[in-house]
Design a protein around this ligand. Structure first.
Ligand SMILES: *[C@@H]1O[C@H](CO)[C@@H](O)[C@H](O)[C@H]1NC(C)=O
Ligand SMILES: *[C@@H]1O[C@H](CO)[C@@H](O)[C@H](O)[C@H]1NC(C)=O
Ligand SMILES: *[C@@H]1O[C@H](CO)[C@@H](O)[C@H](O)[C@H]1NC(C)=O
Ligand SMILES: *[C@@H]1O[C@H](CO)[C@@H](O)[C@H](O)[C@H]1NC(C)=O
Length: 328
């Protein structure tokens, strides 16, 4: 073929491509136009919209950014939310990845992955802050006098820490640099440290001394010691702290992990860390949405829960326990 022939073919190819994209774009624009006018007129139960939403829901389920999409297990808290009613999809940012992440995130965290039969609430507050769920199924059963608990984020509520001390006779190390207290012993079992957790060792602008979990374990002489329960409610610092824990490899020495996630993942790294928790063996056995902290997602206008209290067990301990014959 002559040089000219190739150029001609190329030109035709480009024109076909342009026409194709234009058609796709016009279809999308038309959909968005219809959607906007429907929403303006408040017609939520419109058939066109329902078909669109059903298709979108199906596609989102098919390609979850958070993998593995959990099997339907014992019961499913996500089922009690009708996302198609709550959501105004793609309104501010058509096709935005953030919309997809948002849906995946809430759906994922509310799917239980582990059936803990003996679960108790440690500390007060069935609805508010303060209490946390503890799985007592073996091998997670906080052996009295032999359990070690780290508790990050105390504020004014010691009910969880006191419960782990008094009821389970655990050694509890508490950390909170935000309450202006010096290191002290609250009881023979409870140690308070004027430190906080973060993604690196640093002193922040409020003069709080912050460390990674690995560094704190080293400081306390717990370098290779298993934490029976790690609690973390640290107002958004969980995101960088989790990254550091993963880097340091300290999560393999955590049996139970309860943490409050704040906000919505904004970047791929945030999603990835949730995937990594799964890869490391962590399974969700309880999730509490904080009803007092609902907000409108700026991205999608969906009603979202800004505080998700997620409770996980590390199933690698279950496997080790069975292997070593220490079933009880
Ligand atoms: C801890 O918080 C719970 C729930 O908000 C509350 O009922 C309880 O009184 C608090 N305890 C303390 C010691 O502040
Ligand atoms: C609590 O555990 C310690 C060991 O850490 C033990 O010496 C003590 O007797 C236990 N107390 C109770 C009330 O069981
Ligand atoms: C963080 O601080 C601890 C305690 O001072 C120290 O042992 C550790 O090496 C530090 N880690 C990093 C990454 O700087
Ligand atoms: C912790 O384990 C590592 C790797 O097995 C080892 O090199 C280190 O000496 C241990 N540290 C302590 C304090 O036992």
């Amino acid at each position: 073929m002559s040089g000219r022939g190739i150029w001609k073919l190329l030109a035709i190819f480009v024109v076909v491509l342009l026409v194709g994209f234009s058609v796709l774009w016009m279809r999308e624009a038309k959909d968005m136009g219809t959607l906007r006018s429907l929403l303006r007129n408040g017609a939520v139960n419109n058939n066109w919209l329902n078909v669109k939403l059903a298709r979108e829901k199906h596609q989102l389920r098919k390609a979850s950014t958070i993998k593995p999409t959990p099997r339907k297990t014992f019961y499913n808290l996500a089922d009690d939310i009708d996302y198609s009613r709550e959501a105004v999809p793609r309104l501010s940012k058509p096709g935005a990845i953030s919309d997809k992440i948002e849906l995946d995130y809430f759906r994922y965290l509310q799917n239980l992955q582990f059936d803990c039969r003996h679960r108790i609430r440690a500390g007060t507050g069935e609805t508010g802050d303060g209490g946390w769920e503890v799985c007592l199924d073996p091998p997670y059963n906080m052996k009295p006098g032999k359990c070690l608990v780290y508790s990050f984020g105390i504020s004014t509520n010691w009910s969880f820490d006191d419960y782990m001390d008094k009821t389970r006779n655990c050694t509890v190390h508490c950390f909170d640099p935000s309450i202006g207290k010096k290191d002290f012993k609250r009881s023979p079992n409870i140690y308070f440290h004027n430190l906080g957790i973060s993604g690196s060792n640093e002193t922040n602008d409020k003069k709080w001394q912050l460390y990674t979990l690995g560094s704190i374990k080293r400081l306390l002489g717990h370098e290779n010691v298993t934490l029976d329960y790690l609690k973390m409610d640290v107002e958004w610092s969980e995101w960088p702290s989790l990254q550091a824990m993963y880097r340091e490899g300290v999560l393999s020495q955590v049996k139970q992990f309860a943490l409050e996630f704040h906000g919505i993942p904004k970047k791929q790294a945030d999603v990835d860390i949730i995937n990594k928790l799964y890869e490391l063996g962590f399974r969700i056995f309880y999730t509490k949405r904080n009803f007092y902290n609902r907000a409108n997602s700026g991205l999608t206008q969906r009603t979202v829960y800004m505080c998700m209290e997620v409770h996980l067990v590390n199933i690698n301990f279950l496997k080790q326990d069975v292997k070593s014959g220490h079933r009880q």
